[in-house]
Design a protein around this ligand. Structure first.
Ligand SMILES: [Cu+2]
Length: 151
């Protein structure tokens, strides 16, 4: 059973949204920029889902309340799962065509939703390594997995 943390939806942090932009250059601790915020006031990460890739608009965020806005840019249903693990993005064991998430900490997930739609998942993340995964059968193997860091 999942044990959902209700505080996630209650906590309103006065977060000044200064995000390290770690996209594309491999630089760390580089330029800081005002990030987008969700309607809830949470810092937002927009995550593109398509056949077959997961493309967040940033690769790391500060710890705290985060809203992941998953945009299905593909033509088939996808989902977004936020998993806390030190396992590398492509090293989760596969069982019956899906990533075997047994023993892994799934912090939050969207439903499986259609192409052209957007779904948000609100979570509170502590510092550490995460994976963003779509676990529709065969999608993980096809490449729908990417590393994400919370600092
Ligand atoms: Cu998918």
């Amino acid at each position: 059973m999942h044990h959902w943390t209700k505080t996630a939806s209650l906590v309103l942090l006065g977060v000044t949204a200064a995000f390290a932009i770690a996209c594309g250059g491999g630089e760390s601790g580089g330029a800081a920029a005002k990030a987008g915020t969700a309607a809830s006031g949470r810092p937002a990460v927009t995550v593109g889902l398509k056949e077959f890739a997961i493309e967040p608009d940033k690769k790391s965020v500060p710890a705290g309340a985060i809203s992941f806005r998953a945009q299905n840019k593909g033509t088939t249903p996808h989902e977004l799962q936020v998993i806390k693990t030190d396992v590398a993005a492509d090293k989760i064991p596969v069982k019956d065509g899906k990533a075997d998430l047994t023993g892994l900490q799934v912090i939050g997930k969207t439903s499986e939703f259609a192409g052209g739609k957007t779904e948000s998942v609100n979570v509170t993340l502590t510092a550490g390594k995460y994976l963003l995964v779509c676990n529709v059968p065969a999608h993980y193997i096809a490449g729908m997995t990417t590393a994400f860091t919370v600092e």
